[in-house]
Design a protein around this ligand. Structure first.
Ligand SMILES: CCCCCCCCCCCC(=O)SCCNC(=O)CCNC(=O)[C@H](O)C(C)(C)COP(=O)(O)OP(=O)(O)OC[C@H]1O[C@@H](n2cnc3c(N)ncnc32)[C@H](O)[C@@H]1OP(=O)(O)O
Length: 225
């Protein structure tokens, strides 16, 4: 079986990528503010109705020209990665946390400092457990990639030890060990004061189709998002 998805290589300059990151990043940030304001506003119903009409008009302007479905992941010939739709880090995805993962390729580690707000609530004032899993999946995947053995998440096991209050928090992950095509990653989520609230272990697997491709052509698939 071949790869279930493609990575297009596009003829875009760094300047073009910088421009789209700037322009769409700003739109995404503005829509995130809208999302939070939608949840938290206390303006009267008439104002809400008026804003809704304006939002629908603005949405229709963007809908005039759209890609057919999902954004996918593409690369430029200069090596820039365009994974703008990613549910955790996608710069054009207003539902993404947002979060920037720092990779340490020397030690096979990845970390991120970020802020979770009212849009990520589970129990009152606390981060939703599924959001924790979402964030850790990405950071763990990037640790596996940073360690030179990228893979798709096969298993992700979380232990929720303490509640995680909404607000600033951080995540850290590291490659614990490798077992053939499997990379075992460990890591944790922390409150702003450093208290560990969630510990987790993930098994990241280089899929069969990627193993076959490497056996045929050499090289390593650059990422799994
Ligand atoms: C800047 C760059 C950033 C790049 C950073 C990118 C970060 C991305 C982070 C997000 C990652 C995701 O969300 S990925 C999306 C969520 N995950 C998925 O959709 C994965 C769906 N599942 C699959 O595609 C598949 O089941 C795989 C790839 C997990 C395994 O398939 P396979 O490759 O055909 O596996 P197979 O040959 O049968 O088995 C190989 C070995 O793995 C074991 N194995 C198989 N499945 C599992 C499993 N789920 N959990 C544990 N172990 C398993 C088998 O026992 C076997 O062990 P042995 O006999 O050899 O000992």
């Amino acid at each position: 079986m071949g790869a279930p998805f493609n990575y297009d290589v596009l003829d875009l300059t760094d300047e073009q990528v910088d421009a789209e990151v700037r322009v769409f990043g700003a739109l995404t940030a503005a829509v995130r503010r809208l999302n939070e304001a939608t949840l938290r506003t206390t303006v009267d119903h008439a104002t809400v109705e008026e804003v809704r009409r304006q939002v629908e008009e603005l949405t229709a302007r963007l809908e005039k020209s759209m890609i057919p479905d999902n954004f996918g992941v593409s690369f430029t010939k200069g090596g820039r990665i365009r994974g703008y739709g990613n549910a955790v880090v996608g710069i054009r995805n207003p539902n993404a946390v947002p979060l920037t993962v720092v990779q340490d390729k020397v030690n096979g580690r990845a970390s991120a400092e970020f802020e979770l707000n009212a849009l990520h609530e589970g129990p009152p004032g606390q981060v939703h457990g599924g959001v924790v899993a979402l964030v850790l999946d990405q950071v763990f995947g990037e640790a596996a990639a940073a360690g030179g053995s990228p893979g798709m998440t096969g298993t992700l096991t979380l232990r929720y030890r303490l509640n995680t209050p909404l607000g600033p928090c951080s995540a850290e992950a590291w490659v614990d060990r490798r077992d053939g095509i499997k990379t075992i990653v460990k890591g944790e989520l922390r409150r702003a004061d450093g208290t560990v609230t969630v510990t987790a272990e993930g098994i990241f697997i280089l899929p069969r189709w990627a193993r076959e491709e490497i056996a045929k052509n050499g090289g390593t698939p650059p990422q799994f998002e």
